[in-house]
Structures are given as structure tokens and as C-alpha cells.
Design a protein around this ligand. Sequence first.
Ligand SMILES: Cc1cc2nc3c(=O)[nH]c(=O)nc-3n(C[C@H](O)[C@H](O)[C@H](O)COP(=O)(O)O)c2cc1C
Length: 228
Amino acid sequence: MTSQTSDLDALDRLTNGRFTCRAYQYKAVDAGLIRGIVAMAGRSASWCNVQPWQLVITETLESTERFREALMERARSYQENESDLPFPPSYEGIYAERRRGAGIALYSALGIGRKDAERTTEQAFRNFRMFDAPHVAIVTVPVELGPYALVDAGGFISSFLLAAHAHGVATTPQGALARHAHFVREYFGIPDSQHMVCGISFGYAQGEHPVNQFRTSRAGVDDLTRFA
Ligand SMILES: Cc1cc2nc3c(=O)[nH]c(=O)nc-3n(C[C@H](O)[C@H](O)[C@H](O)COP(=O)(O)O)c2cc1C
């Protein structure tokens, strides 16, 4: 096998094998391995190589637990959206359709019916438990660098998910945590000069859990490309 073929095989396995994990084993990831994932994700491209991404990571089960408890308390007592970046006001057309498809796949995997408001709300609240993940990374970028820093951060997040997956570590990118951005930044002492993009919860997946069994679909090449 040539090295190009093996690179392609590996990338194919990684991009197709990664999925958003929503049930974790309660087992810490080795600190050296976490550093390895961050270093690999840090190889991402960025405009002018400014590398605007910054991370705060809960390194131990205890620090994750303290944050989890604090975040759940906040989410219970404060329902307003205090994100640094505006959330989409609504999803329409094809975007609404794709969003619905992902939601149906998630809730059917758990046997939650469309009209079961109580269980739907309960499952949505699990975001603030961070799905019991043993670690979370908070991703921020400097406000002063504007929207392209967010583009760079998106690339970094994608690399982080793949790098973690390559190390056998499952991930959940979590926009839901950014709903409480002011609280999260204050909790971790992250200054106002940074915008919180999202959280990435991570750890070892509960491989057999029903919520980890479904896979989302993707638009085809012709749906997202116009060859000119
Ligand atoms: C920026 C970003 C924010 C996300 N926020 C959440 C979230 O708050 N909760 C959640 O369960 N999944 C979240 N996801 C995961 C998406 O739902 C998931 O990536 C999408 O449905 C495709 O599924 P897959 O990752 O399993 O391929 C987020 C993904 C991204 C990239």
C-alpha cells in the first residue's frame, strides 16, 4: 500500500467514523493524551496563521464535576440566552428540514415520541450535564479579530473532533453551552475580550448506548456545489 493510499484510507475512516457522542463512560482521559489531541488540532490552518483559538479544558473528573454542577444550577435558574454570538433566530426551508432530520434520528434512537414534551425537554437539558462527559473544552476567540477568527475556530474545532476520534476519544461539540457564555466565561475567568464559540465535551463513549447508535446523513456534492 502506498503512503497516499493509507492516508486516504485513514482519513476516510476518521471522517466517516466520527459522530457526536451523547453518552460517556465516567473515566478520565490521560492528561498527556489530551495534550496530544490539542497539539494535533493546533495544526489547523488559520488566516495569516494567527491561530486565534483559545481553550480552557477541565483536566480532572473533579473539576469537570464542579463545572457541571454549577452549569446545571445556572441553566435551571436562568433561562435567557446570554451567548456572546447571536444564535440563528430560526431555521427555514432546507435548513429546517436537515435540523428536523437530525432531531428525529436522535429522539427515535431514544424511543422518544414527537409529542413527548417532557422527555424531549429532559434530553435537551442533558446538554447542560454535558452528557456526563468526563471533560469539557471551552473554545473562545479574541473579539478584536472579528468573524474570520470564527472561521478559523471552526476549522480548529473540526480538527479537534477528528484528532480526538483518531485517539479513540469521543466528542460532543456543544453550542448549547454558549447559551450561558457570560456565566461560563466568568466561571473560568475568561475576559470579555474573548467570545465563547462553543464547548467540546469529550471522553470515552458508551459504545452500546442507544443514543450513540444513530448516524446523521449529509447533503450530496451536487447539493452543495455548483461547478462553473
Ligand atoms: C458548532 C456546533 C455546535 C453543536 N452544538 C450541539 C449541541 O449543543 N448539542 C448537541 O447535542 N449537539 C451539538 N452539535 C452536534 C451536531 O448536532 C452534529 O454535529 C450534527 O447533527 C451532525 O451529526 P454528527 O456530528 O454525529 O455527524 C453541534 C455541532 C457543532 C459543529
